[in-house]
Design a protein around this ligand. Structure first.
Ligand SMILES: [Zn+2]
Length: 189
């Protein structure tokens, strides 16, 4: 079965293979299979060998590689921090789907990171760049740029938002606790 322009597809539907086409807007590469991220209509660009989807509803913005998103850290494991994505930076509306993102320890900062808990804590607000769409609701993220990382740090002790002290340290104005973070140059406070 071949997908053609105008076909209506649902999230997760197979559209083609990456040997033949490049996954473009609203699609993702699922181990060589191109699948749709959303419900919508197929658009095949045979000259440039690209498959994209025109979404059925007006999604606020396209989640694709290189886009900066913001959200809240929900979990910090040994090698990976998880973030609930709340929206795409510089757009006012939030995402329709509930995307979550993972930041691998190697993508947290430019240099070597010994402990991911020196970079992020649960509750922190973070800006990160999408590096790969890995599923219908899941992306890989990086914060290894100056203007990416924590924009508001939440105190592990009392959950107040903390003030920036130095390049990688924050201070809680309520309880006086000092912690480390991967702080963005856009830190608020
Ligand atoms: Zn505190």
């Amino acid at each position: 079965m071949k997908t053609k322009t105008g076909d209506f597809v649902l999230p997760g539907d197979a559209l083609g293979v990456t040997e033949e086409y490049d996954p473009a807007d609203w699609t993702f590469d699922d181990e060589g299979k191109i699948r749709s991220l959303v419900a919508g209509t197929v658009s095949l660009d045979n000259r440039n060998k690209r498959i994209s989807i025109i979404p059925k509803t007006n999604y606020p913005s396209i989640l694709k590689n290189g886009v900066v998103v913001f959200g809240q850290i929900s979990e910090v494991r040994g090698q990976r921090a998880l973030m609930k994505i709340e929206g795409v930076k510089d757009t006012k509306r939030s995402l329709v789907t509930n995307f979550s993102g993972g930041i691998h320890i190697s993508q947290a900062d430019k240099g070597y990171v010994a402990k991911l808990t020196d970079e992020f804590h649960i509750g922190d607000l973070v800006e990160a760049k999408v590096t790969k769409i890995i599923g219908l609701d899941n992306v890989d993220l990086t914060t290894a740029e100056k203007e990416l990382g924590v924009i508001k740090a939440m105190c592990t002790n009392c959950r107040a938002y903390m003030k920036q002290m130095s390049k990688n340290e924050v201070l809680c104005p309520r309880c006086g606790r000092k912690e480390r973070r991967k702080i963005s140059s856009n830190y608020e406070g």
